[in-house]
Design a protein around this ligand. Structure first.
Ligand code: EPZ
Length: 427
């Protein structure tokens, strides 16, 4: 369903926002459920489009799966899965690529045609396929279709050229059932990857992990067990609502927050002169009332560097800072889709290769803008919250892929918003 969000700016925010489970942690954990024929129960799974799509994909592959939006609990059991990922569904999300490693491990083959995901760069899967080859798999391509097959995966050394989150997760998922020892070096160590490793450990994966060396050693096993597991809170959602407080010069509380997951983000908010306090029980207060925002410098990178998935949101914030802000994007080569839309609202932003230079403060004006990806679209909503007048953000359904209950959470904080469904747009 195509939707737009209409926002009347300049409303102060107030109150508390509940943070849902992490999309980017839930997806690999659901994929891990394929590795056993025993029941898996996942708690705190966010009620977002990508999870519903993943459930449809699993059901189409004869995996027993049910998801309770209310309780955010997903139950699954994988007895005899098909190895063919349905292309019409996998094209809706990049996360479907994470089914490759588990299906290769479980069925000895995986066939897929296409995968989706935010248009923030070319986003190849060469690191994933190279890892599967190292584990002894054969890759055949026929037109758009890729078939990865292996009679038995064999432990090996996987040296990732870049700490890719997805390639790390796929390598771990394939290796935990391979024969013998697999070592992965230069792996990603994002909290979402650690949450997956924690789940696989509970399922019986034998491993040693050296975070300082970004290295994991996995002894393959064939009989992983069914377990219960909880998904970590979404650090990207927490960072996004912190920016909502900052850009409207409001004070809100955000819960739950794991401080270690967003320490770089907290530092950037403090550099902007916000007061960020971590109260007991994972509650964070973000207080920006009556302050003049200071400019800041951000360079995105693999964890623990500043997260690329919060770069667009901080770009919007920097339009309100008193001075010149620099933002460098090192992870994706095309993650500035939000910039021309912000410029329509009056933002003063220059792009030079991977660097943005933003001059502020500017008084943004409401406009008709369009979301191109989840986080870039969220950046437009944040800018609209502080803009003069009314803004219409087209492509709200794209943004909802990554944010659970976005409309109600923003409204409950006091934002003046209205969702417009497709048929109303043409009136
Ligand atoms: C995951 O994407 C996240 N998605 C992204 O979040 C996030 O931006 C990204 O990690 C980086 O943190 C999910 O977890 C579902 P990468 P992923 O492999 O795994 C290049 C969001 O908004 N690369 O770490 O696809 C790639 O092109 C989304 O929630 C290769 O060249 O990211 C990129 O430049 C957006 N070859 C860089 O590595 C490969 O085989 C990092 O990508 C794989 C990646």
């Amino acid at each position: 369903m195509v939707k737009s969000l209409r926002i009347r700016g300049k409303e102060p925010l107030d109150g508390n926002v509940m943070i849902s489970g992490s999309k980017n942690a839930a997806i690999p954990c659901i994929a891990a459920g394929i590795l056993t024929d025993e029941p898996i129960i996942l708690h705190n799974v966010p009620a977002i489009e990508d999870i519903h799509t993943l459930c449809e994909i699993l059901a189409a592959m004869s995996v027993k799966v049910s998801y309770d939006d209310e309780r955010t609990t997903l139950r699954m059991q994988c007895i005899n899965p098909s190895s063919d990922i349905p292309p019409l569904l996998s094209t809706k999300m990049r996360g479907a690529t994470l089914l490759m490693g588990t299906l290769l491990a479980r069925c000895g083959e995986v066939i897929f045609e296409s995968y989706g995901g935010c248009p923030i760069g070319e986003r190849p899967i060469d690191y994933h396929l190279d890892a599967f080859r190292k584990l002894g798999a054969k890759i055949d391509t026929k037109g758009n279709q890729i078939r990865v097959s292996a009679k038995k995966l064999k432990g090996t050394l996987i040296e990732l050229p870049f700490p890719s989150v997805g390639a790390t997760e796929n390598s771990i998922l394939a290796a935990c059932c391979a024969k013998g020892m697999t070592t992965i070096v230069n792996m990603a160590v994002e909290p979402e990857v650690m949450n997956l490793i924690e789940m696989l450990g509970k399922m019986g994966m034998q491993y040693t992990f050296d975070v300082a060396k970004s290295r994991i050693d996995i002894e393959g096993k064939t009989n992983l067990q069914g377990i219960r597991h909880s998904i970590i809170p979404d650090r990207l959602e927490a960072g996004t609502y912190s920016v909502a407080a900052a850009i409207t010069k409001s004070s809100i509380t955000i819960h739950p927050v794991v401080e270690a997951h967003i320490s770089q983000v907290i530092q950037a908010l403090r550099d902007a002169r916000g007061t960020i306090e971590l109260e007991s029980g994972m509650t964070m207060r973000a207080d920006f009332s009556d302050i003049c925002l200071s400019p800041f410098k951000i360079e995105t990178g693999p964890f623990p560097a500043f997260p690329t998935d919060l770069q667009p949101q901080f770009t919007s914030l920097s339009t309100q800072a008193e001075g010149r802000t620099s933002i460098i994007e090192t992870v994706f080569e095309n993650r500035f889709g939000h910039v021309p839309e912000l410029q329509k609202m009056g933002a003063k932003i220059q792009i030079s290769q991977r660097e943005l230079t933003i001059d502020g403060p500017v008084s943004l004006k409401g406009a008709h803008v369009t979301a191109t990806d989840i986080r870039g679209g969220m950046a437009l909503i944040l800018a609209a919250l502080c803009a003069e007048g009314s803004t219409t953000v087209n492509g709200f359904e794209i943004i909802e892929r990554g944010y659970d209950s976005l409309e109600s959470k923003l409204s409950n904080l006091g934002a003046n918003i209205e969702v417009i469904e497709d048929e109303e747009q043409h009136k």
